[in-house]
Design a protein around this ligand. Structure first.
Ligand code: NIG
Ligand code: FE
Length: 418
């Protein structure tokens, strides 16, 4: 048996339980001063005040000194597009000249430019590139994530991307949830025939994805000029019929009814919601849809920020994720998104913590084993070079991770600090 004891924790902050934390609960966490965590074979067997550790329990354990610092659960990034070919820095002059995100897509760039590169790259090349992103995420305290396909837009490349995600899930230390996002854009081959593409997706792509068990979720980019509400409904319903749980890119640029549709189809989550309205939020609240908010995308696209405070008020569980992708958010820095959660959404530090731990776990189906530090859960935790939560949310731009543990193993350690 492999035992590890994280001791000398100045303050341990964690949500409790395996349920979404919404409304007043969004701010509920347990804070334990002078704590320790004991894990055996990657699973927590004790988490609490150091004085309460049963005598002899830590015998033979590897000891990790937290140096009197803050410890939280490992962060969970519930929305990424991190398997892609190429980059899109060539769009910067267009952006500076005032072109909007959808203008660039309409002119054949944007997502479609990434599709071209993703189709060209081999499974090995894509895996290698994504692997390095996951390694970088670990150094930032992110120990689990969701990954979407959506840069293939044809059967062969969507399956290739999903196989890459599966390979990463099987081989990389991160826990990974897989989402089929074939409805990410209308490919060149179906230009001016988006209904034809939706037919192809439903008749050909979805059954193959389901049959090969390559995704747990089905997502759609419901947006002006991409997929409208009836098309999005068709995709999500077809996915549901094959056992794929619905999630949706909703009201990112325009409020065209994506959040309302999320409520109607019983989506696990509606994501982005920058432009969402009261009707959309009411529908989500009623149906128990989780809001996956992506503040670094608002920042990069120079948009307003989703009405997170109103969502908490309405009892909608809020998640904060990175949206890492080469177009609308070329940053995988979830702690930066957390900083924006405080500074722009005006969420309390405790609300932000729940947004990237237990609520994120619930939105990607990992809540039974992840998202909190409690006996029985996986020993995924971060020792921060900070005394409290406020410090990590306030010192934006610095990486305050000191040591990161995944299943009780050290996966990132910032030199000289341990
Ligand atoms: O979540 N909006 C759609 N999809 C991504 C952007 C993808 C891209 O631009 O490559 C997003 O923002
Ligand atoms: Fe996205």
């Amino acid at each position: 048996m492999k035992k590890v004891l994280v001791h000398n924790i100045g303050l341990l902050c964690t949500p409790v339980g395996s349920h979404v934390h919404a409304g007043a609960q969004q701010a509920e966490i347990q804070s334990i001063p002078q704590a320790c965590v004991l894990a055996e074979d990657g699973v927590i067997t004790y988490c609490g005040p150091a004085s309460g550790l049963p005598q002899g329990a830590a015998e033979g354990a590897r000891r990790i000194d937290a140096g009197g610092c803050l410890v939280t659960p490992g962060l969970i990034d519930a929305h990424t597009h991190l398997v892609f070919g190429g980059w899109r820095q060539h769009e910067i002059p267009l952006k500076l000249a005032g072109a909007g995100y959808l203008d660039i897509l309409r002119s054949g760039g944007g997502i479609l430019s990434t599709v071209k590169h993703t189709r060209q790259e081999s499974e090995e090349q894509l895996t290698q590139k994504a692997w390095a992103f996951l390694d970088e995420m670990l150094t930032l305290g992110v120990t689990s994530c969701e990954i979407k396909s959506g840069y293939g837009l044809d059967l062969e490349t969507e399956l290739k991307q999903l196989r890459v995600i599966r390979e990463l899930a099987q081989s990389h230390p991160m826990d990974i949830a897989s989402t089929f996002l074939g409805a990410h854009a209308v490919p060149e081959e179906y230009k001016d025939n988006s209904d034809g593409y939706v037919d192809y997706l439903i008749d050909t792509m979805l059954p193959a994805v389901a049959e090969q068990k390559l995704a747990r979720y089905c997502d759609v980019f419901c947006e002006t000029g991409v997929f409208d509400v009836p098309q999005s409904r068709r995709v999500l319903e077809a996915g549901k019929a094959l056992g794929l749980l619905p999630r949706i890119h909703a009201d990112e640029i325009d409020a065209i009814g994506g959040a309302v549709l999320a409520g109607e189809v019983g989506a696990v989550s509606a994501e982005h919601l920058i432009a969402t309205d009261e009707e959309g939020m009411q529908a989500m609240a009623k149906a128990g849809v989780i809001a996956d908010l992506l503040p670094a995308t608002s920042f990069y696209l120079d948009k307003t920020f989703a009405p997170a405070r109103r969502m908490v008020e309405l009892g909608i569980p809020v998640v904060i994720a990175s949206d890492f992708n080469p177009g609308s958010c070329p940053s995988l820095n979830l702690p930066f998104a957390m900083n924006l959660g405080l500074l722009r959404y005006k969420l309390k530090p405790e609300e932000v913590l729940n947004a990237v731990t237990i609520n994120a776990a619930c939105s990607v189906g990992m809540e039974d084993r992840l998202g909190t530090l409690e006996a029985g859960k996986q020993a995924d935790l971060v020792i921060w070079d900070a005394p409290d939560l406020e410090m990590i949310l306030y010192r934006f731009g610095s990486n305050l991770c000191r040591t990161v543990l995944k299943k009780g193993e050290v996966v990132a350690c910032h030199e000289g600090k341990e």
